[in-house]
Design a protein around this ligand. Structure first.
Ligand code: KIV
Length: 262
């Protein structure tokens, strides 16, 4: 999928949408050759690429840098990036400066977390020609408010609040909505109530699509084993085996061979 139009088309056809995060050129070239529909250059870059313990440390320069690299590697994929921590919580002017930088570095849409106080900003971004993806449920930039990475939208009031926020985000012009760590029944209800597609992570199978972090689904992130994650590769083990084979070959003088020399 190269453009935003594919999102709505897939929802209408009830065809699940696939997203994966990506942060670098080499991985993006691989993703570009897959059936994955779209790429998210998430603020999770702060954690998986830079070793911070939350997404709060992602900043504009960091995301611009990763967006530019991924854009070069994956010219055929629709590319969304995150508005970093507090970037849309200050003035409208500073919000638009960030949006401009991220779009000029190669993103086609921005994602922003939460709803409170965002309606006017979202609406202004959308009316400026930039598609916006919402993000509700566990919004990791608010980890200190939640007191951890825990299931959201539990219980009547919280369910109702999330549903209302989802409806408002759609009304503000969002083209899709990420639902993170919410009960699957609530995710189903939200998905059925909206005309825009929902993209789930830890939200069950009744969303319009799914997103996972590249390093998590490829098993590169050994310590991370949340209930919602399926690992499609034991990447860390395979890479360690390859590196050890290389090291062993060098130490035993099996590499390089005659054929590998000039
Ligand atoms: O930054 C990110 O990786 C995300 C996804 C988990 C949705 O926001």
């Amino acid at each position: 999928m190269k453009t935003i139009t594919g999102f709505q088309r897939l929802k209408e056809r009830q065809e699940p949408i696939t997203l994966v995060t990506c942060y670098d050129f080499t991985s993006a070239r691989i993703v570009n050759e897959t059936s994955i529909d779209a790429i998210l250059v998430g603020d999770s870059a702060a954690m998986v690429m830079h070793g911070y313990d939350s997404t709060i440390n992602a900043n504009i320069d960091m995301l611009e840098y990763h967006v530019a690299a991924v854009r070069k590697g994956a010219p055929d994929k629709f590319l969304i990036t995150d508005m970093p921590f507090l970037a849309h919580r200050k003035s409208l002017e500073s919000t638009m400066i960030v949006v401009e930088k991220l779009i000029k570095s190669g993103a086609q849409a921005v994602k922003l977390e939460g709803f409170d106080a965002s309606y006017d900003h979202i609406s202004h971004i959308v009316h400026s020609g930039v598609p916006v993806m919402g993000h509700l449920g566990l919004t990791p930039q608010s980890v200190h408010e939640f007191g951890g990475y825990t299931l959201q939208g539990k219980g009547g009031d919280a369910e109702e609040q999330l549903m209302q926020d989802a409806i408002k985000l759609q009304a503000a012009g969002c083209f899709s909505l990420v639902l993170e760590l919410v009960p699957r029944a609530l995710a189903k209800q939200v998905t059925e109530s909206l005309s825009i597609p929902t993209i789930g992570i830890g939200a069950g199978k009744h969303t319009s699509g799914q997103v996972l972090v590249f390093q998590d689904l490829l098993g590169l992130n050994n310590g991370f084993k949340p209930k919602f994650l399926r690992k499609y590769l034991d990447g860390a083990t395979l890479i360690k085996e390859a590196l050890n084979s290389y090291s062993d070959d060098v130490k035993a003088m099996r590499f390089p061979s005659e054929e590998e020399s000039f």
